[in-house]
Design a protein around this ligand. Structure first.
Ligand SMILES: [Zn+2]
Length: 288
């Protein structure tokens, strides 16, 4: 599943490769998928996108916005799988959920895995969708500063006994992060996924904030995670520190074998030494 860094990489590549292309035809997929959400009929979609010119791609969280001039914005939300550019003469993938063909013979396809929104909005309404309109600041926006992060923790810890993993992955409190980014963020911050955020010390909050920005920026710099594919069907260059391949292998910092467990709807990977829980149980005295 694409997270904020992969969406950012894809948008940059779209701006480089798709910008200015003229759509000769476009259509919804050739492969029915229960969890692909379209907001118009296939006929309406094809009629609207024909002869449009591709403009700028932008990102908010896990949502990509592709301007189609005049008048429309294609919105691709929470997708996984592949978003691919195909040069002229390429063969169409056997299965896809969205296709834009350009008048130079090249084309663009989206094929999602678990789910995804593929919606077309009239320009000006592209941020009106349910999951987009009230989106909180993402780690790439200037409003995501340390003061805001502290307020977010205060707010999110009032509601429930929320953990660090919950803060990173639930309810889009920090839009764009998911279970993959969260593993490496928590490792860098030396925090256990179950650590209650209400017990975070000032320095732990700072470490967590820094780890979010560093991780997101490093993944973008390296072109996305190695287990996701870019617009040109090439894997990203960011090797995840903690993922399924790290289990039972030595932690890169201390050598303790990495462990895994299920928690909050996904697998967590942790170094039981670097990301101990033990200091949490009596950390009440450490709250500023
Ligand atoms: Zn370790």
């Amino acid at each position: 599943m694409f997270e904020l860094p992969e969406c950012t990489v894809l948008a940059a590549q779209m701006n480089e490769k798709l910008y200015g292309k003229v759509i000769s035809s476009g259509r919804h997929g050739n492969s029915p998928h229960k969890f692909v959400w379209y907001n118009c009929t296939p006929e309406q979609f094809s009629r609207a996108v024909g002869n449009k010119i591709v403009r700028k791609a932008t990102v908010k969280g896990r949502w990509l916005f592709l301007g189609l001039d005049p008048g429309y914005v294609l919105v691709l939300g929470e997708c996984g799988g592949r978003m691919l550019y195909h040069k002229p003469g390429s063969r169409l993938p056997a299965k896809y959920h969205l296709l834009l063909e350009f008048n130079d013979g090249s084309f663009f396809t989206v094929t999602t895995q678990m789910w995804g929104a593929m919606e077309l909005y009239e320009k000006g309404n592209e941020y009106s969708g349910k999951y987009v309109k009230d989106m909180r600041p993402t780690p790439l926006e200037k409003d995501f500063h340390f003061r805001y992060f502290n307020e977010l923790i205060d707010e999110a810890s009032k509601e429930s006994n929320r953990s660090t993993k919950g803060l990173l992955t639930q309810e889009q409190l920090i839009p764009g992060l998911g279970n993959a980014c969260a593993q490496d963020i928590l490792f860098r911050a030396k925090l256990n996924p179950r650590h209650p955020i209400s017990l975070l010390t000032e320095s732990e909050k700072r470490n967590l904030y820094d780890a979010i920005l560093e991780t997101v920026q490093e993944i973008i710099r390296k072109g996305g995670r190695y287990d996701e594919f870019n617009l040109f069907n090439k894997p990203g260059g960011y090797i995840r520190i903690l993922d399924k391949n790290a289990v039972d292998r030595p932690c890169p910092l201390c050598g303790t074998p990495v462990e895994k467990f299920r928690y909050l709807g996904g697998t967590c990977y942790v170094c039981p030494n670097c990301q101990k829980m033990s200091h949490n149980s009596n950390s009440g005295n450490a709250i500023a």
